[in-house]
Design a protein around this ligand. Structure first.
Ligand code: B16
Ligand code: MG
Length: 224
């Protein structure tokens, strides 16, 4: 089995607390449309592209709308989301994230971002971590969205590693499926119940040592 050489991080909900902002903006849209939308429903939107997220909300309200109107609503939500981003700074990094990223680099691992968001570049700049990454692949890449593995596969190509040499960190079921479909190891960041398909689940990065993650996968691989 191949050793781990790279870590690929999802952005929203893994590195940065922007998942809350996505929810608040979608909730505002759902309220405007008079569609009931809960935090539980929101789990289905995590890691999913903007238009696919809108379609999930419309299906909750059993609505069908023409393409032009759907585009207008998605743009409205994005405008509200970007209002939240205007206030973003390093304090939006989730606990332990900066130390974990620096720890990966100290171990000689390559690190990349693999996000479905078109605003990923701006979020990385505002939170001051853009310069740490060897590669960034975001929702502007012309590839199919998660759960297709392409966003992460492009990241491994940019890093010059094979998929089997990479670990993906994800908070969304769609992202875990994408990593596994691409032949990468998947670490769920969040609840074990929701992310049970992952190879390993951690609640967050606080107190987590990247060397421990490497040891975990090294022992799994040597025991087959
Ligand atoms: P945007 P990730 C995803 O980012 C979010 O989880 C998802 O909720 C959002 O709809 C998607 O990005 C698209 O974002 O509307 O900004 O292009 O978790 O893959 O980093
Ligand atoms: Mg996410």
């Amino acid at each position: 089995m191949l050793p781990i050489k790279a870590c690929i991080f999802d952005l929203d909900g893994v590195l940065v607390d922007t998942a809350t902002y996505h929810f608040l903006a979608w909730k505002r849209l759902a309220d405007m449309l008079d569609i009931a939308f809960t935090l539980e429903d929101n789990e289905r939107l995590k890691g999913v592209s903007r238009m696919a997220s809108l379609d999930i909300i419309l299906s909750l309200g059993r609505r069908e709308l023409p393409e032009g109107e759907r585009l207008r609503l998605a743009e409205l939500k994005n405008g509200w989301y970007r209002e939240y981003l205007a206030a973003l700074d390093e304090s939006a990094l989730l606990p332990g994230v900066k130390d974990f990223l620096l720890g990966c680099k100290a171990l000689g691992l390559s690190i990349a971002v693999g996000s479905a968001s078109k605003s990923a570049g701006e979020v990385l700049e505002s939170t001051g971590i853009r310069g740490l990454f060897d590669a960034v692949v975001d929702g502007n890449a012309p590839v199919p969205p998660k759960p297709a593995p392409d966003i992460f596969l492009v990241a491994t190509e940019k890093l010059g590693v094979r998929p089997q040499e990479a670990v993906v960190f994800e908070d969304a079921e769609a992202g875990i499926e994408a990593a596994l479909a691409g032949g990468m190891a998947a670490v769920g960041v969040g609840s074990l119940e929701r992310l049970s398909r992952a190879n390993l689940v951690i609640p967050g990065f606080e107190g987590v040592d990247p060397a421990g993650i490497l040891r975990h996968f090294a022992s799994k691989r040597s025991s087959g």
